[in-house]
Design a protein around this ligand. Sequence first.
Ligand code: DC
Length: 228
Amino acid sequence: MSKIIVAIDGFSSCGKSTMAKELASEVGYIYVDSGAMYRAVSLFCIQNGWMTQTVINTDELEKNIKSIHIEFKTNAEGKSETYLNGKNVETEIRTLEVANGASRVSTIGFVRHELVRQQQLMGTKKGIVMDGRDIGTVVFPQAELKIFVTASPETRAQRRLDEMTGKGEKANFEEVLANVKERDDRDQNRTESPLRKAEDAIVIDNSNLTREEQRQILRTLFDEKTFS
Ligand code: DC
C-alpha cells in the first residue's frame, strides 16, 4: 500500500492537532504540527528581544532566519515534542504570548517561505500527516487527502479555556474568545497565504462531534484514499 500525504487545515483551537496526531499514530505516519514551527519562530524573536507588543525587528529576524532549526522528536510516552536549535521548547511555545507572536510572525513572507521549505522537505517520502493553515493550499497542494476543519468560535474558545485551566493557567471565557476571533481574523486576512479551504478539501465541522466520531470520519476518509 503506497503512502500518501494528509493535509489538515483549519482555524485555531478546532482540534486539528488531536485529529492529525491520532490518525498518524493509528496508521504509522509521521505527524508534523506546522503551527509549532511558527510558535518556535515567535519564541526565538521573544528570546532575542526582537518582538514588542507593537513591532517585530524584521531586519534581525531575516538576517538570522537560516539559523532557526526546528525539529520534532518523540518522547518516551510516544508524544511528539518541538525542539528549537536543539532545545526542547514544547512547553514554552504553548503560552498565549507565544501564540499571539506566532500569529504575527506568520504574516511575514520570508518566515513563511523558510518554514514552507522545511515542511516540504519533511514530506518528500510521504507517509505524513501535517496540520496547519496552508498545508493543502501551499505546502502540499498535491496532497492526496485534504481536510478543512472548522467549529464555531465559541466552541473553540471553550475548548481552549478548558485546556488552559486544565494546565492551571488563569483565563476567562471572554478574553479567550476575543483572542480566538483576533487570530481568525489575522489568519484569514493576511496577504501571505491566508487561511482558506483548498478547492478539493473535505470540510469537517466538529462543533457537535465527539472526539471518537471525528476520529472515525477521518479514518474512513483515509482508508478510502489508501485502499482504492
Ligand atoms: O495552530 P497554531 O495555533 O499552533 O498556530 C500558531 C500560529 O501560526 C497561528 O496564528 C497560525 C499560524 N500558522 C500559519 O500561519 N500557518 C501554518 N501552517 C500553521 C500555523
